[in-house]
Design a protein around this ligand. Structure first.
Ligand code: ADP
Ligand code: MG
Length: 683
């Protein structure tokens, strides 16, 4: 990057022929610059260690004297085992090497050698991986290990690296401005590259890594922040001057006092409404944290300013629930609320659309039906999307485009660890409801083994007898030979058998049409069904406060975030609720997931745990990850660096110096290359 010399093809290096170049190309290395920025995934530690202090199975490097000639045993199929007696200090031990018979000639009794390998305490032997013929003094402490393919040797690769740094190192331009480096005590790029490829000591490598973690996160954040700034500078939003007194009256009329978190978020959203910028905000709040009422309040704000509002939900039943709530809350106020769904047809639909177009409807609630072309607003000022992850980017964009740059709020019940949310949704503002309404009884969660199913049924029955309802959740809908998964159909039949003539059981799964799903869901929410057996389709924000019991079959097959989402279907009413996880996890990770579920009801804590257990890639699932791939940075552990990088980038793009000063030219160059300056969007 930045200058031609660094773009020199890798073939210019001595020793890189056609074949090697192809090999390197497969590692995405074509230029000298690419090579320098190919980082090792770890460093081999060759520091001398004291055997007496080394635990069993740890790697160790020792200086030793060869005591006797090595003996070789042939194991067949060209394999061999070489054993040699060595003296380490006053310790007489063995060193063992596999398939390296040639060492026999080189391990001369009386000579000093340096041997690295795994320490086998029981056998008093080192299972050697490296041997250096001579004392430790003339050998380095740390050696990088690169992920190379085939039989490409580390040593050869390091040779090219040395050559590249020696020949082209002087052309390196540091993208990180000196001011930033000084502020965070980061080494310059040359020192950094030396430190990561040829560390002299542990701290050298550590400082180098620190620098590149920052560089990576900072460059990424810089793009996001520059994009944000560009949008703010060019996009004209709507100033929604709401009526504060009316808003207060509405809040006072609600059946409960808002939690502090709800108040804070209402303020954040209202502040955005007032600004001329177009709001682009994500509201995260755990299941049951009370996002709907925040939506209602802020939509009302838009109405008091003379604008229309829209609330889009992913399912009909959810849209209906919202409409019911809003109807009730707005009854004493002069707000005209309408519900548009697929089942509003014919004349009713035509009338509704006409009223919407001439401004007789203030708030429109609905499903995807909202984004059809014939839905025309009079003056749409504010749009809220509930359970945003259920909609595609395109659907959200169409809804937004139905107004003149309306403000937009996305709500999600999926708590996302902050590192991920500022990475994946960096161009958005984020509001968080991190507090549950008072008096909520925490859901009691238990983890049981399959053999305890009888006890689970007993508990289920006692809840049903008390007039409550229950969910039974299964991972898959069909029998599969390979996976020993209890399927929904089977569970349904079993429970129907158990409760025949006493309680009604319903079945819901992904193969049902939306209308069928809605019908089943409605029967359950109206109490006609007592038990709902379902796959994960039930996950989305449905509110049946009378359901107090959930049993999850094969719970080890679910991720933490999903289990938590599912569990959020109970514990929504006045009664104590229970969640029983039936699971026989085979892995430690699986066991830990089950334990975490029984230990906390806090979605953010579970999300963080999930991130730690599964890593950022799996957290969102492949489909809508939106996460960039980082070479050195690690979103689980480098969160402090991420915060600092974000803050620094966000402040920097606001300064004139950044856009004009020579010192920032390399950074502007990065932005130009990424297309951000042309107004291209990352999303
Ligand atoms: P979610 O954030 O999952 O969408 P809801 O908006 O459905 O949560 O709210 C869950 C339940 O909590 C609803 O019954 C709602 O009326 C109730 N609720 C919301 N806010 C409060 C509050 N401040 N105090 C008491 N109950 C509340
Ligand atoms: Mg909700």
């Amino acid at each position: 990057m930045f200058n031609r010399e660094l773009q020199t093809p890798i073939t210019e290096l001595k020793g890189v022929g056609k074949e090697t170049a192809e090999h390197l190309a497969a590692l995405r290395i074509q230029t000298v610059y690419d090579l320098m920025y190919t980082f090792p995934y770890r460093h081999e530690d060759f520091r001398l260690k004291d055997l007496a202090q080394t635990p069993h199975n740890e790697r160790v490097t020792v200086e030793a004297r060869v005591e006797r000639e090595a003996s070789v045993m042939f194991l067949g199929k060209g394999k061999s085992r070489l054993q040699v007696q060595i003296l380490v200090g006053r310790h007489l031990i063995k060193a063992v090497f596999f398939n390296q018979t040639y060492l026999k000639q080189k391990l001369i009794p009386g000579n000093i050698v340096t041997i690295t390998g795994k320490w086998d305490q029981g056998r008093q032997a080192i299972n050697g991986t490296h041997v250096h013929f001579g004392p430790k003094t003339d050998q380095i402490d740390f050696e990088p290990v690169y992920s190379l393919r085939g039989n490409f040797q580390q040593k050869r690769f390091r040779g090219f690296m040395r050559q590249a740094l020696d020949t082209y190192g002087d052309y390196l331009v540091d993208v990180l401005p000196e001011a930033v480096r000084t502020q965070y005590q980061l080494v310059d790029v040359r020192t950094g590259l030396e430190g990561i490829h040829f560390p002299q000591h542990a701290d050298h490598a550590k400082q180098a890594r620190r620098r590149f973690v920052f560089e990576e996160l900072f460059l990424f954040q810089l793009q996001i922040q520059a994009l944000r700034k560009a949008r703010r500078d060019t996009e004209v939003g709507t100033v929604i001057k709401f009526d504060n007194a009316q808003l207060k009256a509405f809040i006072a009329s609600l059946p409960y006092e808002l939690t502090n978190a709800q108040k804070r978020v209402v303020n954040e959203v209202c502040r955005d409404l007032l600004t001329p910028y177009r709001m682009n905000r994500l509201l995260q709040g755990d299941v049951g944290s009370g996002k709907t009422v925040v939506a209602a309040i802020t939509l009302y704000a838009a109405v008091t300013a003379g604008y229309q509002g829209a609330l889009m939900a992913p399912t009909e039943i959810l849209a209906e629930q919202h409409a019911e709530n809003l109807h009730a809350w707005f009854a004493p106020f002069n707000v005209r609320v309408a519900l548009l769904s697929g089942s509003v047809k014919g004349k009713a639909r035509r009338e509704l659309l006409a009223q919407l177009a001439n401004g007789e409807i203030d708030l429109l609630i609905g499903t995807h039906a909202l984004i059809q072309p014939e839905v025309v607003f009079h003056n749409l000022g504010f749009v809220i999307t509930d359970e945003q992850h259920r909609f595609g980017v395109e659907q959200r964009r169409i809804l937004r485009d139905k107004g003149e740059n309306p403000d937009v709020l996305f709500m999600t019940a999926t708590p996302i660890p902050r590192t991920l949310s500022i990475t994946a949704f960096g161009e958005m503002d984020v509001s968080i409801i991190d507090e549950m309404p008072a008096g909520r009884k925490p859901i009691e969660t238990h983890w049981v083994k399959k053999e305890q199913f009888g006890a689970v049924v007993q508990k289920l029955e006692s809840e049903l007898l008390a007039g409550r309802q229950a969910y039974a959740i299964c991972p898959l809908i069909e029998e599969s030979d390979k996976l020993d998964v209890q399927n929904a159909v089977e569970a349904y039949e079993q429970l129907r058998e158990i409760f025949r003539g006493r309680f009604e059981v319903g079945l819901m799964h992904g193969r049902l049409t939306p209308a069928e799903k809605d019908a089943v869901m409605r029967d359950f929410s109206e109490g006609k069904l007592h038990i709902l057996v379902s796959t994960t389709v039930v996950e989305v924000g449905v509110n049946v406060p009378n359901a107090t019991f959930m049993v999850v079959y094969d719970a080890e097959r679910f991720g933490l975030a999903q289990l938590h989402q599912l569990r959020g279907r109970v514990g929504r009413g006045e009664h104590q609720s229970y969640c029983v996880l039936i699971a026989d996890p085979k892995t430690d990770e699986g066991k830990e997931r089950m334990l975490s579920m029984t230990e906390t009801n806090d979605g953010f804590k579970l999300a963080q745990k999930d991130l730690e257990l599964r890593g950022p890639g799996d957290f969102f699932g492949k489909k809508q990850s939106g996460l960039p791939e980082f070479k050195v940075a690690d979103l689980v552990h480098d969160y402090r660096a991420l915060e600092v990088a974000r803050q620094t980038a966000s402040e920097l793009v606001q300064t004139d110096a950044f856009w004009q000063h020579e010192a920032y030219a390399p950074l502007r160059h990065v932005l130009a290359q990424s297309g951000v300056l042309d107004g291209e969007r990352i999303d």
